[in-house]
Design a protein around this ligand. Structure first.
Ligand SMILES: [Zn+2]
Length: 301
């Protein structure tokens, strides 16, 4: 059985949005006297018949046991892709843990993914095991600092002092992940910390968006439409669709309460006219991002 996720409180000196979402959901479950997974009312459940693609939530974290996630996926009619973090203090930090994670999840009708937080994570694993994953998802929320520490920019106490200089570093970091990390899905696309979230349209200029989109298309990385942060916005999605980018939906649910509920994502998909051709599909064996990455590394070494 996979251990309950252990999220180190105080990680990166603060509670991140990931932690806060978890806490909020625990509160809801406790005060409501409900079970671990709280079913949504039928109106808020995705209705796939309106769309020509199956709705998949590629960003679901395990909170209790995988059976509950599988049951919830079935009841919501949405396929789940499970992602756990790889870093120290989380569940999946080395080959032994990764093997156990994959073996456990294989018994359930879910996709098996991974969500590393720190750049350079792949060196902790063997390509043989990574190849058994269905996909890898990574976001740009865990930013390296000058003193070599990391900050979660979605945390409640993260402050942006200088908008311009933050944006420059953040865009560089987005590009670093898109160009150097072996990932299939780029999570939390165009997220901004709360101090500057209102300036979204001004800060994500056409040039920056174009640069990220062209890179993702070239590197065959799909953009996540993130349900909890409600990003990216319509303009980005339209521009990316036009350029041939692929998309995924992700709730980033840690309790199951939001898992599979794609209200923002499906509305955006409708507005941008996304069809089956625009949606990410899992790569066949041999073509996964980790396999392409290790092959290239081998060729150049
Ligand atoms: Zn996540």
């Amino acid at each position: 059985m996979v251990k309950k996720a252990q999220y180190p409180i105080g990680f990166a000196n603060s509670l991140s949005r990931r932690d806060l979402l978890k806490k909020a959901a625990i509160g809801a479950a406790v005060f409501g006297g409900m079970s671990d997974y709280v079913l949504a009312d039928s109106d808020s459940v995705a209705k796939p018949p309106e769309y020509d693609f199956p709705v998949v939530d590629y960003h679901v974290h395990l909170y209790h046991d995988p059976q509950k996630a599988a049951d919830l996926s079935k009841s919501r009619g949405v396929k789940f892709g499970i992602v756990e973090h790889t870093e120290r203090g989380y569940n999946v930090e080395d080959d032994t843990a990764l093997k156990k994670y994959i073996e456990t999840l294989k018994k359930y009708p879910v996709y098996i993914g991974l969500q590393p937080l720190h750049v350079g994570w792949s060196k902790n694993f063997s390509v043989e095991l990574l190849s058994q994953l269905d996909y890898v998802l990574m976001d740009a929320l865990t930013m390296p600092q000058e003193d070599r520490s990391w900050r979660a920019i979605d945390s409640s106490n993260f402050r942006v002092n200088d908008k311009e200089s933050f944006m420059k570093k953040y865009v560089d970091f987005n590009m670093q992940i898109l160009t150097t990390e072996p990932i299939d899905i780029f999570g939390w696309t165009t997220f901004l910390p709360k101090d500057i979230a209102e300036d979204y349209d001004a800060l994500w200029t056409d040039d920056i968006m174009r640069m990220m989109i062209d890179t993702a298309v070239k590197k065959d990385i799909a953009f996540e439409i993130n349900e909890s942060a409600k990003v990216p916005k319509l303009k980005f999605v339209k521009m990316a669709k036009e350029a041939g980018a692929k998309f995924t939906f992700g709730s980033d649910s840690h309790q199951g309460i939001q898992a599979g509920i794609m209200t923002y994502g499906l509305e955006l998909a409708k507005q941008a006219g996304l069809t089956k051709e625009d949606m990410f599909v899992l790569k066949p064996d041999g073509k996964k991002a980790v396999q392409r990455f290790f092959k290239k590394k081998e060729e150049t070494s």
